[in-house]
Design a protein around this ligand. Structure first.
Ligand code: FMN
Length: 123
Protein backbone atom coordinates (compact mmCIF):
# COMPACT_ATOMS: atom_id res chain seq x y z
CA UNK A 1 0.00 0.00 0.00
CA UNK A 2 1.32 3.43 -0.97
CA UNK A 3 1.95 5.74 1.99
CA UNK A 4 -0.21 8.90 1.56
CA UNK A 5 1.63 12.24 1.32
CA UNK A 6 0.09 13.44 4.64
CA UNK A 7 1.52 10.44 6.46
CA UNK A 8 4.87 10.75 4.75
CA UNK A 9 5.27 14.39 5.78
CA UNK A 10 4.03 13.64 9.33
CA UNK A 11 6.65 10.86 9.48
CA UNK A 12 9.31 13.47 8.62
CA UNK A 13 8.02 15.62 11.51
CA UNK A 14 7.82 12.80 14.06
CA UNK A 15 9.21 13.28 17.52
CA UNK A 16 10.74 10.70 19.85
CA UNK A 17 10.63 6.94 19.59
CA UNK A 18 7.93 5.14 17.64
CA UNK A 19 5.61 2.57 19.24
CA UNK A 20 5.39 -0.82 17.50
CA UNK A 21 2.54 -3.09 18.59
CA UNK A 22 2.21 -6.77 17.73
CA UNK A 23 -0.13 -9.43 19.04
CA UNK A 24 0.45 -13.02 20.14
CA UNK A 25 -1.50 -16.07 18.98
CA UNK A 26 -3.92 -15.69 21.92
CA UNK A 27 -4.65 -12.06 21.02
CA UNK A 28 -2.51 -10.50 23.75
CA UNK A 29 -1.09 -7.20 22.45
CA UNK A 30 2.50 -6.12 23.07
CA UNK A 31 3.90 -2.62 22.48
CA UNK A 32 7.54 -1.59 22.32
CA UNK A 33 9.44 1.58 21.58
CA UNK A 34 11.74 1.53 18.56
CA UNK A 35 14.30 4.05 17.36
CA UNK A 36 16.36 2.16 14.80
CA UNK A 37 14.32 2.12 11.62
CA UNK A 38 14.34 3.30 8.03
CA UNK A 39 11.59 4.16 5.57
CA UNK A 40 12.34 2.19 2.40
CA UNK A 41 9.80 3.08 -0.30
CA UNK A 42 6.46 2.24 1.34
CA UNK A 43 7.97 -0.15 3.90
CA UNK A 44 9.16 0.71 7.39
CA UNK A 45 12.20 -1.45 8.15
CA UNK A 46 12.95 -1.87 11.88
CA UNK A 47 16.24 -3.28 13.16
CA UNK A 48 15.82 -6.16 15.57
CA UNK A 49 18.31 -5.59 18.34
CA UNK A 50 16.35 -6.66 21.40
CA UNK A 51 13.04 -8.12 20.14
CA UNK A 52 11.77 -10.89 22.42
CA UNK A 53 7.94 -11.11 22.57
CA UNK A 54 7.92 -8.97 19.43
CA UNK A 55 10.05 -11.57 17.62
CA UNK A 56 7.75 -14.42 18.69
CA UNK A 57 4.68 -12.45 17.63
CA UNK A 58 6.11 -11.63 14.21
CA UNK A 59 7.00 -15.31 13.72
CA UNK A 60 3.39 -16.26 14.54
CA UNK A 61 2.17 -13.96 11.72
CA UNK A 62 1.00 -11.08 13.88
CA UNK A 63 -0.70 -8.04 12.45
CA UNK A 64 1.07 -4.91 13.63
CA UNK A 65 0.62 -1.23 14.10
CA UNK A 66 2.94 1.71 14.42
CA UNK A 67 2.05 4.79 16.46
CA UNK A 68 3.97 8.04 16.37
CA UNK A 69 3.54 11.69 17.29
CA UNK A 70 4.69 14.79 15.44
CA UNK A 71 6.46 17.80 16.86
CA UNK A 72 3.11 19.68 16.77
CA UNK A 73 1.39 16.93 18.80
CA UNK A 74 -0.57 15.17 16.07
CA UNK A 75 -0.77 11.43 16.51
CA UNK A 76 -0.62 9.02 13.59
CA UNK A 77 -1.29 5.31 13.48
CA UNK A 78 -0.43 2.90 10.69
CA UNK A 79 -1.88 -0.62 10.73
CA UNK A 80 -0.31 -3.34 8.64
CA UNK A 81 1.53 -6.61 8.43
CA UNK A 82 5.06 -7.45 9.40
CA UNK A 83 7.63 -9.97 8.25
CA UNK A 84 11.13 -10.85 9.41
CA UNK A 85 14.52 -11.43 7.76
CA UNK A 86 17.69 -12.73 9.42
CA UNK A 87 19.51 -13.23 6.14
CA UNK A 88 19.28 -12.17 2.51
CA UNK A 89 19.19 -8.73 0.85
CA UNK A 90 16.85 -7.12 3.43
CA UNK A 91 19.15 -8.20 6.26
CA UNK A 92 22.30 -7.09 4.38
CA UNK A 93 20.71 -3.71 3.71
CA UNK A 94 19.87 -3.27 7.42
CA UNK A 95 23.57 -3.74 8.23
CA UNK A 96 24.22 -0.60 6.16
CA UNK A 97 21.95 1.69 8.22
CA UNK A 98 21.66 0.15 11.71
CA UNK A 99 24.36 1.03 14.20
CA UNK A 100 26.87 -1.79 14.89
CA UNK A 101 26.77 -0.76 18.55
CA UNK A 102 23.68 -2.98 18.82
CA UNK A 103 23.26 -6.73 18.07
CA UNK A 104 21.38 -6.32 14.71
CA UNK A 105 19.91 -9.84 14.92
CA UNK A 106 17.50 -9.27 12.05
CA UNK A 107 15.17 -6.79 10.43
CA UNK A 108 11.38 -6.53 10.49
CA UNK A 109 9.60 -5.18 7.39
CA UNK A 110 6.35 -3.42 8.25
CA UNK A 111 3.98 -3.14 5.26
CA UNK A 112 1.28 -0.49 5.82
CA UNK A 113 -2.40 -1.12 5.04
CA UNK A 114 -4.40 1.56 6.90
CA UNK A 115 -3.48 5.08 7.97
CA UNK A 116 -5.00 7.30 10.67
CA UNK A 117 -4.53 10.85 11.92
CA UNK A 118 -6.07 10.48 15.39
CA UNK A 119 -9.36 8.69 14.72
CA UNK A 120 -9.63 9.94 11.12
CA UNK A 121 -8.68 7.49 8.41
CA UNK A 122 -6.43 8.88 5.67
CA UNK A 123 -6.67 7.45 2.15
C1 FMN B 1 13.68 4.45 23.37
C2 FMN B 1 13.81 2.99 23.05
C3 FMN B 1 14.12 2.63 21.72
C4 FMN B 1 14.26 1.28 21.37
N1 FMN B 1 14.56 0.95 20.07
C5 FMN B 1 14.67 -0.36 19.71
C6 FMN B 1 14.97 -0.73 18.36
O1 FMN B 1 15.07 0.11 17.46
N2 FMN B 1 15.12 -2.06 18.09
C7 FMN B 1 14.98 -3.03 19.06
O2 FMN B 1 15.14 -4.22 18.75
N3 FMN B 1 14.66 -2.70 20.35
C8 FMN B 1 14.51 -1.40 20.69
N4 FMN B 1 14.20 -1.07 21.99
C9 FMN B 1 13.87 -2.17 22.95
C10 FMN B 1 12.40 -2.57 22.80
O3 FMN B 1 11.58 -1.45 23.12
C11 FMN B 1 11.97 -3.74 23.75
O4 FMN B 1 12.46 -3.50 25.06
C12 FMN B 1 12.44 -5.10 23.27
O5 FMN B 1 11.88 -5.36 21.97
C13 FMN B 1 12.00 -6.27 24.18
O6 FMN B 1 10.61 -6.24 24.41
P1 FMN B 1 9.58 -7.35 23.81
O7 FMN B 1 9.79 -8.60 24.64
O8 FMN B 1 8.23 -6.75 24.10
O9 FMN B 1 9.87 -7.56 22.36
C14 FMN B 1 14.07 0.27 22.36
C15 FMN B 1 13.74 0.64 23.67
C16 FMN B 1 13.62 1.98 24.01
C17 FMN B 1 13.28 2.35 25.42
Amino acid sequence: MKIPDEIRSAWDDREGPVVLTTVDNKGVPNSIYVLMFKLIGDTIAIADNYFDKTFNNIKSHSNACILFITNNRKSYQIKGTISYFDKGPEFDDMLQWASPKHPRKGVAYFQPDLFYNGQIQIN
